[in-house]
Every structure is written in C-alpha cells, then in structure tokens.
Ligand binder design. Sequence first.
Ligand code: ADP
Ligand code: MG
Length: 226
Amino acid sequence: MLEAINLKKTYKVKGGEPVEALKGVNLSFADTGMVFILGKSGSGKSTLLHILGGLDRMDEGEIVLDGKSSEKYTEKDWDEYRNRNIGFIFQEYNLLAEFSVKDNISIALQLQGEKVTDEKIAEVLKRVELDGIEKRRPTQLSGGQRQRVAIARALIKNSKIIFADEPTGALDEATGNSILQLLKELSKDKLVIVVSHDREFAEKYGDRIIEIADGLIVRDTDNAAA
Ligand code: ADP
Ligand code: MG
C-alpha cells in the first residue's frame, strides 16, 4: 500500500510570490487498480505525481510504501525507492532519440548494473503489442508507438507502481484510448496512477477518481464499474 501523509510543497521563485502547489495532501492507494488524479492545469497534479514517485521532494509530510516511511530517507534511499518501485510515463514520452527502442527500454536498468536479456525485451515489447521493433529509433515511430515503448520501459523494471503524467496529452483520441486500455490491463496486477485533465477518460477508465484543485484534494470517487 502507498500512502501520502500531509504532503506540502511550495515553489519559491526568485523575485516572485511563492506558489503553494500542495497544501496538505492525504491519500492512500491499494496495490492494484487504475486511479485517476483529475484537475485543471496548475492544480498541482504533476507536483503530486513527482513527489509520490520520488522525482521531487516535499517540504513537509511523508510517503509510506508498504509500511516504510520516507521520513528518514537518505538520497540513496530515494534513488532506491524510485528505481525499484516506480515506473514513469510522460506526455512527451521522454525517449532518447539517439538510441534504439531496445536501448531505450534497457538502458536505465543497465545503468543500475542489472542484466537485461533480449528475451526479456522481446517479452515486454510483445505485451505492448510492438513485437520486433527493437532496432528502430523513436523518430521512426508514431506517437502511440512511442508511448508504448515508454510503457515497455516502465514494465521491464517490474515496478509495483506506474505513474503516468498526461500520457495521452500528445495523442489523438483513438490512440489515447488504446494507451489507456493498455494501462487498464496492466492495472490488474499493478497500481497505475494516471494524471489527467480529461474527465471523460477518467470516467471511462478509472476505478477511482481523485480530484485536485489548488493544491488540495476536493473529491475522491469510487468509479469501479468502469
Ligand atoms: P498541473 O500539473 O496540475 O498543471 P503543477 O503541479 O505543474 O500543476 O503546478 C502547480 C502549481 O505550481 C502551478 O501554479 C505552477 O505554476 C506551479 N509550479 C509548478 N512547477 C513549478 C516550478 N518548478 N517552479 C515554480 N512554480 C511551479
Ligand atoms: Mg502537469
């Protein structure tokens, strides 16, 4: 189980007013299921996702994963938290243009000293329905295919949690639907947290819809019939 306890984050900008992006967020997540975090632009969605995923630090509060609190985490503990538990998917895919699909999928794990076999890469590509494209470059792929590579990259880590920040933001509606369908499938045995401003997608695919406005959770709805 993943819990967020009283998360607060203020951005201090030189010469400007500080921005309170999170004002005390409390949430707890089951180990599986597709959860949408829904809110307008600027409401704090990405900040929340980055903090939950260990990409950025809160000013106050803690994250508890499977009973272990972040309170005493060192930088090394944070690296491990992120590397072991979390897979990320971004709107702009964040693939490395100079590298093949195969290298994009395996490089992060290899940098951590883990061995990645060709079989394992073939297997994750199959799961995202992209068999046999190991040698291609991201520029030779459509937006939907790029996002599937990003999902394969998250899958190869075998992480407990997948965080997706506006994963369909750069895709047409049909492709967006197919990506969410794939994430929904994965959420049967992982926790998938999707940040979005698209209520229609949230209602169609979310088992649970958490609404955020101005740095606070304002609504939390069970939508398990989806
Ligand atoms: P969302 O993802 O919902 O659009 P964000 O979490 O990106 O919202 O931003 C929440 C608030 O924090 C916004 O007012 C935004 O302008 C501000 N913000 C986000 N990132 C930064 C940053 N690095 N520096 C300063 N302000 C930021
Ligand atoms: Mg955002």
